[in-house]
Design a protein around this ligand. Structure first.
Ligand code: NAD
Length: 477
């Protein structure tokens, strides 16, 4: 028997790594090398934009049904590579395979592609009466530039790519420098079913993102990342009057009302805050609890936090992982230390491993709950973006609502109560893009998602999301 004609299975990682060189990407849990990432030069970026621009008319000329069918084929291609993508994501980002983490994220990519393929986008008839008729059509914009963060690198990329492609745009995507391999792997899989040059990845750092933002042949930037970077992008995009969708930072408040059942809500409260080890834009980052329930909520959360295993992502038992990078770990450590120094009470966690403090080993930070903390403490007013939750005591509901609305950001928020009418009345007063009742952070491809205040502008998902990656065109007679 000869093996001569048997094709060698080439792994995704081998396909995306440069033949030589590249930047070593380390596993945040083990500090082992995951792989080597290519870095696009500015010339590479310009060439990518030119190719995507050349490919756009042909892609737009396909029928909408044809493009929707390509998105469904892309979902199937991801399913066929699901485990390989999940392992790559887990190793590079740190998130465990299990829990609401790597396998869940790959599954969400599939779900979002299929849902985005299904939403209606036909022209809308705005006026049709004796005065005449006006139709609102949605045309492609051209080439969309997508810039993403490191926390949910695959899922957020799909949030940017899927609606853009559906509407007849082509896409140049710049992944975070912390998680390029995940996005390159995803793009490699998508490109097995997409037309050439319809989707091109340009791995690089902030300067690559800046060049993309200023590029005259990019019609729109879809950005997900921090508010400070978002502000730079808004300024840079003004040069070419680019369209923008800005999904920026948050510091979501959760408010427990005094009729809630602490034991019943504790697990959902926990995951609302600690999903992806707290590294989630719309995770609960400060929890307001009334006097009457304060100790019960604290105790119930401590009981759950103590049961959730944290460790290396590829270990099937773990559901919490490391902080993705050292810079973020330092932010988390600084904020917990500030809370401790102010006299706040650490209910569980804090006290990171001395080896990790010294910069050795994976970037683990223990699951941490902080009680008896003042409203103006840095851990409350800054975005911790890690496995820490401050629990703030309140006596008067008005005081909690005022505190929840006091910050400049407003991405998500939540109200927890056994009385839906009461919860809805409080929800209506919160300044946020989304307010959930008895859950937090539950995104759905059918439901528009976006920020209030400095958490950004523009909506993603559903028909609203499709409109945002298109040029409105009224035809009236
Ligand atoms: P970041 O702002 O540091 O980086 C995001 C991306 O912007 C990276 O790809 C980076 O290379 C790029 N970038 C940096 N400087 C740039 C510039 N001048 N021009 C263009 N691009 C530039 O954010 P991060 O640390 O990767 O992500 C964490 C933040 O993202 C948190 O604040 C989190 O709340 C936010 N986030 C928001 C959402 C949302 O939907 N609103 C979702 C996920 C994360």
């Amino acid at each position: 028997m000869t093996t001569q004609n048997v094709p060698q299975k080439v792994s995704l990682l081998e396909r995306i790594q440069p033949a030589v060189g590249g930047r070593e990407i380390l596993d945040p849990a083990t500090v082992e090398v995951v792989g080597r990432a290519p870095e696009a030069t500015m010339e590479d970026l310009d060439a990518a934009v030119a190719r995507a621009r050349a490919a756009q008319p042909g892609w737009a000329a396909r029928s909408d049904a044809d493009r929707a069918e390509r998105l469904n084929a892309a979902a199937e291609a991801i399913e066929a590579h699901a485990e390989e993508l999940a392992v790559l994501l887990s190793r590079e980002q740190g998130k465990p395979l299990n829990g609401p983490n790597a396998r869940f994220e790959v599954g969400a990519c599939v779900a979002w592609l299929r849902a985005t393929a299904s939403f209606p986008v036909g022209p809308e008839v705005i006026v049709d009466d004796e005065s005449g008729r006006a139709e609102l059509h949605h045309r492609p914009l051209g080439v969309v530039g997508a810039i993403g963060p490191w926390n949910w690198p695959m899922m957020i990329s799909i949030w940017q790519i899927a609606p853009s492609l559906r509407m007849g745009n082509t896409v140049v995507i710049k992944p975070s420098e912390y998680t390029p391999l995940s996005v390159l792997g995803l793009v490699e899989v998508l490109n097995t079913v997409l037309d050439p040059d319809v989707l091109i990845a340009v791995p690089g750092r902030g300067d690559t993102g800046d060049r993309l933002t200023r590029h005259p042949d990019i019609a729109k930037i879809m950005f997900t990342g921090s508010t400070p970077t978002g502000k730079k992008i808004i300024a840079a995009a003004s040069e070419t009057v680019k369209r923008l969708t800005m999904e920026l930072g948050g510091n979501d408040a959760g408010i427990v009302l005094d009729d809630a059942d602490p034991t019943a809500i504790a697990e959902d409260l926990f995951w609302g805050a600690f999903i992806n080890t707290g590294q989630t834009c719309a995770a609960m980052k400060r929890l307001y609890v009334p006097d009457a329930l304060y100790d019960q909520v604290c105790d119930a959360l401590v009981a759950i936090a103590g049961q959730m295993p944290m460790g290396v992502g590829l270990d099937e038992a773990n559901v919490l992982g490391p902080v993705q990078n050292r810079a973020q770990w330092e932010i988390v450590d600084r904020l917990v230390t500030a809370a401790q120094d102010s006299g706040a009470r650490i209910l569980i966690g804090g006290d990171p491993d001395p080896e990790v403090i010294a910069g050795r080993g994976g970037h683990f930070y223990p699951t941490t709950l902080v009680a008896d903390i003042e409203e103006d403490n840095p851990l409350v007013v800054e975005e911790q973006f890690g496995p820490v939750l401050p629990i703030i005591r309140y006596t008067d509901l008005e005081q909690a609502i005022t505190a929840a609305n006091a910050l400049e950001v407003g991405l998500g928020s939540s109200v927890w109560s056994s009385d839906l009418d009461r919860a809805r009345a409080v929800a209506a007063r919160l300044e946020a893009g989304t307010t959930w009742i008895n859950k937090h952070g539950a995104v759905d491809p059918r439901i528009p998602f976006g920020g209030a205040k400095e958490s950004g502008f523009g909506l993603e998902f559903g028909t609203h999301g499709l409109r945002e990656v298109s040029q409105s065109h009224v035809i009236a007679w």
